[in-house]
Ligand binder design. Structure first.
Ligand code: ATP
Ligand code: MN
Length: 476
């Protein structure tokens, strides 16, 4: 018989029909009750094994084993479920080596421990919930933009340009690391490399997306990005996914509206489609918070937090206002900040978190940053000191979105590139957009994993990507 998903059986609550289910044993008690899970839902279905089942089979029904069950869906007498499966035939698909199987369901394994056990991680309730939510959010990204007529543009992963001008890129080469061809001056001769030049993994698809926006009006990218920054934090990965919409004719205010709508859409999509997973994650958070001292516990549960964000407008302030708030804060006066505050600094994570978590208690959009701490392509404001940048800061996360209105005026852009020592000759293809029908336009980058962190309430970014890559770690 065709396999039925456990989710469908539990959702429909119908009874008295025959099914085949397949999955992995979560637990087996009293030689009779199997809790079976197939990943389609956080919930297990209870399979009741008849007492005359072959003893050789019963012995092999251990946690982790994979099985196929033919049986009848019947009303359950037990608590906690409306329906269960009365097994007629149980077949072992794959035994589980119980001696080596590390999952002790009784004491919950730590997230760090699970990161090291690739085969087990996905099978836990926590990671099952996280990655189903991640999937939904990815789907919602495409749905949001598709519904609004954006074109999904695949920007290159191997690139010769450094979008941010910040370095920190992974080199892509087929040259021998031990014995690369050299030029006369002793430097590596990349003209002999695969692409005939020095290439890297992309840090952002923005510059290429801008070319798309100059034809389709609205485009977005959603792909992997790579940063060789040696920041071993709970918010940075070396390989992460980024969503970058780019819209012709939008100014910085349209850009803020788009980003706020987008974030809210993603949250509401997950709330609607992943209710049970989110409730499980909310409970996990409650349990985790219990370990913390009272003062550090968050005031809101996960679901309340998401609802709160949905129902409130993001605060919008300028960088200059943000600095004033920080300078007047009790935290500053009591010298609680590690990094100094003055106009011109790049806001540190502690400053961002003060603004969102203590002062406004909701997401904040900061605009008008000093030009010297932002990228060359951001549009210069009238004051000649600040640019039309916007960062969105989220509670518990810090920066979740970085964006700007772009400098569409060729002379201003060239001037800025010269000041920042960005080689204009190599960027001719980008500057061409300003030569042949330039228009005001704006866009932003949303770090997908930071969004997943926010929605799942997890605290370490390594726990929301299936196979995390961080400094000194590229296992599996
Ligand atoms: P941060 O200051 O947090 O390092 P950034 O200023 O380098 O961020 P951008 O270059 O503006 O970030 O990238 C756009 C978005 O990509 C960020 O708002 C963030 O959500 C995400 N992001 C940036 N770097 C990383 C990283 N190393 N790992 C995961 N997400 C990241
Ligand atoms: Mn960074």
């Amino acid at each position: 018989m065709k396999r039925t998903k456990i989710k469908d059986i539990l959702l429909s609550e119908q009874t008295d029909y025959a099914v085949t289910v397949k999955g992995w044993v979560r637990s087996f008690r009293n030689n009779q009750f199997i809790a079976l899970n197939d990943g389609s839902t956080i919930n297990n279905v209870q399979v009741v094994v008849s007492l005359d089942t072959d003893e050789a089979i019963v012995k092999r029904l251990t946690t982790g084993a994979s099985i196929s069950v033919d049986g009848m869906v019947v009303a359950s007498l037990g608590k906690g479920q409306k329906v269960e499966i009365k097994a007629e035939k149980v077949e072992i698909l794959g035994d589980c080596d119980t001696e080596k199987f590390p999952l002790q369901l009784k004491n919950r394994p730590s997230l760090e421990y699970l990161r090291e056990i690739a085969h087990l991680r996905f099978r836990t309730s926590t990671f099952g919930a996280i990655f189903r939510v991640r999937h939904s959010l990815a789907y919602a990204v495409h749905k949001f933009f598709n519904d609004r007529g954006f074109v999904y543009l695949h920007t290159p992963i191997v690139t010769a340009s450094d979008a941010e001008g910040a370095g920190e890129m992974f080199r892509v080469t087929t040259l021998s690391p031990d014995n690369p061809p050299k030029k006369e001056d002793g430097s590596v001769d990349y003209s002999e490399d695969f692409f005939g030049r020095c290439t890297n993994l992309t840090v952002s698809g923005q510059l290429e997306a801008e070319l798309g926006a100059m034809a389709f009006s609205e485009v977005y990218t959603f792909g992997p990005t790579f940063r060789a920054e040696n920041s071993n934090t709970a918010r940075h990965l070396a390989e992460f996914w980024m969503i970058e919409p780019e819209v012709a004719f939008n100014d910085i205010y349209d850009n803020m509206d788009l980003a706020e709508d987008f974030i809210k859409y993603l949250i509401s999509y997950a709330m609607e489609h992943n209710r049970e997973d989110l409730e499980f994650l909310a409970q996990r958070l409650v349990d985790e918070e219990k370990q913390k001292p009272q003062a550090e516990r968050s005031e809101m549960g996960l679901v309340e937090k998401l609802e709160f964000v949905l129902n409130n407008k993001f605060e919008r302030i300028t960088y200059t206002e943000a600095i004033d708030i920080l300078l007047n804060s009790p935290a500053y006066k009591k010298k609680k900040f590690q990094y100094d505050v003055k106009w011109g600094i790049d806001l540190q994570s502690e400053h961002e978190r003060y603004l969102v978590e203590k002062h406004f208690k909701k997401p904040v959009i900061v605009t008008g940053y000093p030009k010297d701490i932002k990228a060359f392509y951001m549009r210069m404001n009238e004051d000649g000191k600040t640019v039309a940048a916007m960062d969105i800061l989220a509670p518990g996360i810090g920066e979740i979105v970085g964006g700007s209105q772009r400098e569409e005026r060729l002379d201003k852009l060239e001037q800025r590139m010269a000041e920042m020592h960005i080689p204009a000759e190599e960027m001719y293809w980008y500057l061409d957009t300003r030569r042949f029908g330039t228009v005001p336009h704006a866009g932003f980058g949303l770090g997908f994993e930071r969004m997943v962190l926010f929605v799942t309430g997890m605290t370490n970014i390594r726990d929301v990507i299936p196979f995390p890559r961080t400094p000194k770690n590229a296992e599996f």
